[in-house]
Design a protein around this ligand. Structure first.
Ligand SMILES: Nc1ncnc2c1ncn2[C@@H]1O[C@H](COP(=O)(O)OP(=O)(O)OP(=O)(O)O)[C@@H](O)[C@H]1O
Ligand SMILES: [Mg+2]
Length: 463
């Protein structure tokens, strides 16, 4: 290999190097992470507050891709022509001017197209996304395809629907950036129902080196830290969802980024939700006080005996001090039988009929409603930690609740969720079962599993 080919290969594999060595820029910490993420992932979505450097980052991507991938195509879209030409294109131009002559001379920049000179198969085009003209992302093919969606919250969903085939082409890279202005749509779903397919990042203005302190102060004094405007423009969080969402995303996500004091003496509790139908999963959650200890494990298609074997293995695999003092199992279906079998094996299993009445009967319809509410209060304490468990985050932030005419609170049932096209929240259900020894149960001296027999007779819903 010649030196030039070797250098090009290095730059091809290292966008950070390209930005630092060729553009002579110093990426901010989040920009560096995002550059590495786009190299290593196909789909990246970045939501942020204002002015953190998204447009600069996308401009770097365009230049890096154009100059180190051949042949290549880039389709850039935004909801307004202003955003594309006055904002993004002028930022690309700003960085283009910083290129060394040898690189600069390879590109030709026009108002809506950047071309690689002498190569008709390599170019970058900008197209406005409009509801009435939704083909912005459609019709592109290249072995090195990059899609960039600027201010993605504002791009109409139909553009993504029409472009879905192109976006999901094997190997095509897709980058969405934006201020998260609305709590629905494709960009929103990339952080929710499609989160397993996207590499997600959130950048608050506090992390942006180019955001002025004055902007932060103004936003704070004008709108207050609890306002949606502050959330969206400064924190880079979606506006708080409609009132019927049990757990807003920001509350749950922030628990993944927090450290809590370890409390080795706090007892561990497990929650086990057992599959009811063929498509459902059995899920096991392990919580010690303020911390969910590991991502929730799931199993499909297991019968009672197989599940008993799995739970026994899980139990024996943990150190004595980390063993649960209680394993709460939803009594529905084979749950009660499973609890009996685990008890025979001398495990602290307790079957709980979550569909029966709550301990606080005047407030909740059923125990399940109460458990979900306890989970909400747990997160609201803002002193809890969960691992980056996307399945749990997705399910628990998708659950809705309402107040009945009796004034009681009711959490949406599994069947209602399924009717809404949501997956059965098996993982979330196992998680909330870990709260079964709180509330009225706690007052029933529920702290030791050998008091189960007493509870069995005193509490109707412990079967
Ligand atoms: N690492 C960097 N080095 C030098 N300048 C930077 C860097 N990152 C961002 N900038 C500059 O900071 C300014 C704000 O960045 P940019 O416009 O990219 O932010 P943004 O997140 O797109 O803002 P908005 O939310 O308004 O769209 C721009 O002038 C940009 O060139
Ligand atoms: Mg911008």
């Amino acid at each position: 290999m010649t030196n030039a080919t070797e250098t090009l290969l290095k730059l091809h594999n290292d966008p950070v190097l390209f930005v630092e060595a060729i553009l002579k820029a110093t990426p901010q910490k989040w920009q560096r992470e995002a550059l590495i993420a786009i190299r290593d992932n196909d789909k990246i979505s970045i939501k942020s507050g204002h002015g953190v450097g998204k447009t600069a980052f996308q401009s770097w991507l365009i230049l890096w891709w154009m100059l180190t991938h051949y042949p290549c195509k880039i389709a850039v879209t935004a909801n307004t022509a202003h955003q594309l030409s006055d904002v993004l294109w002028s930022e690309v131009d700003k960085w283009f001017r910083k290129l060394p002559e040898g690189f600069k001379s390879q590109l030709e920049i026009k108002s809506d197209k950047i071309s690689l000179k002498g190569a008709s198969d390599s170019f970058c085009v900008a197209r406005t996304s409009r509801r009435e003209n939704p083909e912005a992302l459609q019709g592109f093919h290249s072995e090195n395809m990059l899609f960039i969606c600027e201010e993605a919250s504002g791009i109409p969903d139909v553009v993504f629907q029409v472009g879905e085939g192109a976006l999901s082409t094997e190997g095509a890279k897709v980058v969405m950036c934006g201020n998260p202005t609305r709590s629905d749509g494709y960009f929103y779903e990339a952080f929710h129902s499609m989160r397993d397919r996207w590499f997600n990042m959130t950048v608050s203005c506090e992390e942006g080196d180019y955001v002025s302190d004055k902007f932060l102060e103004d936003m704070q004094s004008k709108y207050g830290e609890d306002s949606n405007i502050y959330r969206v423009r400064v924190l880079g969080e979606f506006p708080t969802q409609s009132d019927d969402v049990l757990l807003p995303l920001h509350l749950v996500e922030s628990a993944t980024k927090r450290d809590v004091e370890p409390s080795p003496t706090t007892p561990v509790v497990w929650g086990l939700d057992v599959a009811r139908y063929g498509g459902d999963r059995s899920a096991l959650a392990k919580r010690r006080g303020q911390e969910l200890l590991e991502p929730i494990k799931t199993w499909s298609g297991k019968d009672l005996m197989e599940l008993a074997g799995i739970i026994l293995t899980e139990y024996e695999a943990v150190r004595y001090n980390d063993r649960p003092h209680a394993i709460y199992i939803d009594a529905i279906g084979i749950g009660a039988g499973l609890a009996d079998r685990l008890k025979e094996l001398d495990l602290p299993a307790i079957s709980v009929a979550v569909s029966e009445s709550a301990s606080l009967k005047e407030k909740f319809t059923r125990l399940r409603d109460e458990l979900f509410w306890l989970a909400r209060e747990w997160f609201e304490g803002r002193d809890v930690k969960i691992p980056q468990d996307d399945a749990l985050i997705q399910e628990i932030t998708g659950i809705r609740y309402k107040y009945l005419s009796t004034g009681k609170l009711k959490i949406e049932s599994k069947d209602e969720m399924k009717r809404r096209g949501q997956r059965s929240p098996d993982v979330a259900d196992s998680f909330v079962l870990t709260f079964a020894d709180q509330g009225a149960l706690a007052s029933g001296a529920m702290s030791r599993w050998n008091s189960r027999k007493m509870l069995k007779t005193n509490n109707a819903w412990i079967t």
